[in-house]
Design a protein around this ligand. Structure first.
Ligand code: ADP
Ligand code: ZN
Length: 292
C-alpha cells in the first residue's frame, strides 16, 4: 500500500510517496507561496499517485481539536496568507482519502518513534531549533495534544545576567524561541549562526538557554529521550555543552539510567533528515487505521 506525506513548512513543502515499512519511493520540494498558488501544485503531485491516505506535518500553530469547527486549519501564523487556511479540508475534499494531520514537530517525533531512535519508547520529546523553536511530545506512547498541542518553543525563560538582548518573540520577548532560535542568534550577535561557528561565547550562551528549557521539560514530562534537530543544531559542539549544562542544572536531583548515559539521552535525529516526512507518512497510515 502507498501513502502520501506532506511536510508543510514556511519556506517549502516537501511531498513524498512511500510504503508502510517506512520506505520513501519518491520526493519533491515545492516552494511555499500563497495557498492559491501552492495548494493546486501539491494536489497535482498527489492526485494520481494511488495513495491510500495522506499525512501532513504542518507549521503552526494548527487546530488539532477534532471537535472544533476549525480542525485541520492553520491558526495564528505570522505568514498572513496561510492564517486560518483549511489545509486538511482541501486535501480531504479533493483527494477523497483519509488525511492525518499534526504539527511538524509532532510529525518528526512520530517519525523517530516509529522508525528511528525513539522506537519503542513511552515518552520522548523532539525539539527543533531553526527559524523558530518547536517541541513535539510523545507521552504514554502517543503524540500529546491536550487542548491543541504543546507550544514548548515558547517556554518562558529569564535572560542570563550577562545577556542584555531583549528577545525576539513578538508575544513574549524572552521565551526559548525569542532567545535561542536562529533569528535571535543573528540579531544578538550581528551575523547568522553559520558564520559564528568559532565564537565560543555564542554557543556557550545558546547551550545555556537550551539546557534551561530542557531541564524544565525533563522535570515536567520525564522523557526517556530528547532529540534536538533544526538548522541551529548543525553546530554540533552544542551537544556536549547542552548535556553538561543539563546535568549541572539538574543538580543531582534525579538519578535514572537515562541520565547516566547523556550521550544516548540528548541526541541528534537518526533518520537522515527524513524524520519529518516519514512522520507525516505515519500520520497518514494512522488516519487510514482510524477509519477502518
Ligand atoms: P526552518 O526552521 O525554517 O525549517 P532550519 O531548521 O534550517 O529551517 O532553520 C533555519 C535557521 O537555522 C536560520 O535562522 C539559520 O540561520 C539557522 N542555521 C542554519 N544552518 C545553521 C548552522 N550551520 N549553524 C547555525 N545556525 C544555522
Ligand atoms: Zn514566545
Amino acid at each position: 500500500m502507498r501513502f502520501g506525506a506532506l511536510e508543510a513548512g514556511g519556506t517549502k513543502m516537501v511531498c513524498a510517496v512511500g510504503t508502510e515499512d517506512g520506505k520513501i519511493l519518491e520526493q519533491v520540494s515545492i516552494p511555499t507561496e500563497t495557498p492559491e498558488v501552492t495548494m493546486p501544485k501539491l494536489l497535482e503531485y498527489f492526485r494520481d499517485k494511488d495513495i491510500a491516505a495522506l499525512g501532513i506535518g504542518c507549521f503552526g500553530p494548527v487546530d488539532l481539536d477534532k471537535e472544533s469547527k476549525t480542525y485541520g486549519h492553520i491558526m495564528m501564523t505570522p505568514k498572513m496568507a496561510w492564517r486560518g487556511y483549511d489545509i486538511c479540508g482541501y486535501f480531504r475534499e479533493n483527494l477523497k482519502i483519509p488525511v492525518g494531520f499534526d504539527t511538524d514537530v509532532n510529525g518528526s517525533m512520530l517519525g523517530e518513534s516509529t522508525w528511528g531512535c525513539a522506537r519503542g519508547l513511552d515518552t520522548a520529546i523532539y525539539i527543533t531549533v531553526g527559524t523558530g523553536v518547536g517541541v513535539g511530545v510523545l507521552a504514554g506512547g502517543k503524540l500529546l495534544h491536550g487542548m491543541q498541542h504543546p507550544e514548548g518553543g515558547h517556554l518562558l525563560i529569564p535572560a542570563r545576567a550577562d545577556d542584555s538582548y531583549k528577545g525576539k518573540c513578538p508575544s513574549h520577548g524572552h521565551c526559548l524561541e525569542g532567545l535561542a532560535a536562529g533569528p535571535a542568534i543573528e540579531e544578538r550577535w550581528g551575523a547568522k549562526g553559520a558564520a559564528l561557528a568559532d565564537r565560543k561565547e555564542v554557543w556557550e550562551l545558546e547551550a545555556h538557554y537550551l539546557a534551561y528549557a530542557i531541564v524544565n521539560y525533563i522535570l515536567v514530562l520525564s522523557p526517556q529521550k530528547i532529540i534536538l534537530g533544526g538548522g541551529v543544531m548543525h553546530q554540533r559542539q552544542l551537544f556536549p555543552m547542552v548535556r553538561d549544562k543539563v546535568k549541572e542544572m539538574l543538580g543531582g536531583y534525579l538519578q535514572t539510567k537515562e541520565l547516566d548515559d547523556m550521550d544516548s539521552y540528548i541526541v541528534c535525529p537518526s533518520l537522515e533528515d527524513n524524520q519529518g516526512i516519514l512522520g507525516a507518512m505515519k500520520l497518514g497510515m494512522n488516519a487510514l487505521e482510524e477509519v477502518r
